[in-house]
Design a protein around this ligand. Structure first.
Ligand SMILES: Nc1ncnc2c1ncn2[C@@H]1O[C@H](COP(=O)(O)OP(=O)(O)OP(=O)(O)O)[C@@H](O)[C@H]1O
Ligand SMILES: [Mg+2]
Length: 268
């Protein structure tokens, strides 16, 4: 039995769209899964269905053997934490500290332990100097980091990061990716992105296009399907672009390949 089982899942916002259009998924405990897809391919909708924020029109979701429905949604939410794409929608506290504390208070964590957890995770995301600030007065990237600290502090079994690095600068992306990677094999992670580079480290890559899963497998298996990736409007890795160019050229010697790669790199 997989930790997350999605069968024949359908959802639409209105009569004309097909936001999630017949999705099947299996995610094992401890897996690091990357969901790739262009804008509007249904990634965030799928994430919201998984945590019961939206209700499927058809199909089923099982988490840890429990079927998601009205009766089980509270139990399931204890198992899954989600860092939303837009951090503005997820603040509840007057200060950053209150905000990180919120989930812990809900879980009735003791005051002393709460202080330790807030300190540990705010330091991990480099927001420990901002604990007394109003979350609304932070930059997008800072808000994103506070949201990540809040989720890490409550320590759920499964964490969904919905484009958690989209608002960060390169240093911030590196730091958050480091935090996400450090959770690898300790937690079940679903990382949603449109950046293939972030998917290289995943155990499993799932590619979505128009509400459907069009590819699923290990990164090297999925990345072989260049045409499907391009048809799914994804930007293939720079190295893949170079390999394509080498493929289409008539180079066969090592030195020639090296020279050609340099030339291709700087080719306008
Ligand atoms: N609240 C909403 N009401 C109506 N349609 C919506 C709503 N949210 C999303 N959609 C539509 O559902 C489809 C899937 O959207 P979704 O947000 O799941 O895509 P996504 O893959 O997360 O895209 P992005 O990469 O831009 O975040 C899109 O066509 C979108 O326009
Ligand atoms: Mg989205």
């Amino acid at each position: 039995m997989s930790l997350i089982e999605v069968r024949n899942l359908y959802f639409r916002y209105n009569s004309s769209d097909r936001a999630v259009n017949g999705v099947n998924l299996d995610i094992d405990k401890g897996e690091f899964v990357c969901i790739l897809g262009h804008n509007g391919s249904g990634k965030s909708t799928l994430a919201k269905l998984l945590v019961g924020l939206l209700e499927a029109r058809k199909g089923s979701i099982k988490i840890d053997g429990i079927e998601l429905n009205e009766d089980s949604v509270d139990e399931i939410r204890k198992k899954i934490g989600i860092v939303f794409q837009n951090p503005d929608n997820q603040f509840v506290g007057i200060t950053v500290k209150d905000d990180i504390a919120f989930g812990l208070e809900n879980r009735k964590v003791e005051k002393h332990e709460m202080e330790e957890l807030i300190d540990k995770y705010s330091t991990m995301v480099r927001m420990n100097e901002f604990l007394d600030r109003n979350p609304e007065d932070l930059s997008g990237g800072e808000k994103q980091r506070v949201a990540i600290a809040g989720i890490l502090a409550i320590n759920p079994e499964i964490i969904i990061f919905d484009e958690a690095t989209a608002m960060l600068d390169p240093k911030g992306v590196g730091e958050v990716m480091e935090v996400i990677n450090s959770l690898k094999s300790k937690k079940t992670i679903i990382s949603i992105t449109h950046n293939l580079n972030e998917a290289i480290m995943a155990d499993k890559v799932i590619v979505m296009n128009e509400g459907k899963v069009v590819l699923s497998g290990k990164p090297n298996e999925v990345f072989e399907n260049i045409e499907i990736l391009k048809n799914s409007k994804l930007d293939i890795l720079d190295s893949m672009k170079l390999l394509e160019k080498v493929d289409n050229s008539n180079i066969n010697l090592k030195e020639e390949v090296k020279t050609a790669l340099w030339e291709l790199t700087y080719q306008k």
